[in-house]
Design a protein around this ligand. Structure first.
Ligand SMILES: [Zn+2]
Length: 222
């Protein structure tokens, strides 16, 4: 974007914080207060069966307030103008030593896939959109190594046990996909029970992947 155009845009439509709408200097910035409230990198507790395939799992925020609005806007209203705010949050999260370690240890990132039908309807996979650009800055390529072969019923209609059974068969390695020996960072927008990440990690582990870690934008655990 030319400087004059940017200056004009900033004059007509000044950059503002996505939450409190306070004016900020650059487009995509948050005000410092809202950013520090939204950006809360934390390690997620993972259950015993998950620990056998997932080395560690991290969330960068919690699924409420601003983060929830940004994710919902992107997913359900195709609001890609939310992406610069999300990227700014990801960059802020790098202040956490744990997040930096995740980045250092990962060779590839693999997004949790949507079923092909869902992806056609939505036009994109939000996990990819959220993380691709930021991970590219860290030289971690996004590889679509998995596919979702079963459309599961909405998970909130199922008990934990039914969820696990329903998800067990839901993912497969992409035809010709090779992950042997690769350290993988599984990425998704939200983690609720972790059952989806667990199902994906299982497929990657069976295909010979090395260390598997998981990263979600937001945790949603009650
Ligand atoms: Zn703000």
């Amino acid at each position: 974007m030319g400087n004059w155009f940017e200056a004009l845009m900033n004059f007509i439509y000044p950059p503002h914080c996505p939450l409190c709408h306070k004016y900020v200097e650059n487009r995509g910035d948050w005000c410092t207060v809202c950013l520090s409230l939204a950006c809360q990198p934390h390690r997620l507790p993972i259950t015993a069966p998950m620990q056998s395939v997932i080395d560690s799992a991290w969330a960068l925020s919690v699924y409420r307030g601003g983060t929830r609005e940004l994710i919902r806007g992107l997913k359900y209203h195709d609001r890609r103008s939310n992406l610069p705010y999300i990227k700014r949050l990801l960059q802020e999260a790098e202040k956490s030593a744990g997040v930096r370690k995740l980045l250092e240890e990962s060779i590839w990132a693999v997004p949790v896939p949507l079923h092909a039908k869902r992806q056609r309807e939505r036009g994109f996979n939000q996990a990819e959109l959220i993380f691709a650009d930021w991970l590219q800055d860290h030289s971690i390529p996004m590889k679509n190594m998995l596919r979702r072969v079963r459309q599961t019923r909405p998970l909130y209609q199922l008990t934990a046990r039914e969820r696990a059974v329903s998800l067990r068969e839901a993912f497969q390695l992409q035809t010709g996909g090779k992950v042997k020996g690769k350290s993988v960072l599984l990425v998704d927008d939200i983690m609720t029970t972790g059952a989806t990440l667990y199902a994906c990690a299982n497929v990657l582990k069976q295909a010979g992947a090395g260390k598997i870690q998981a990263l979600v934008l937001a945790s949603d655990q009650g």
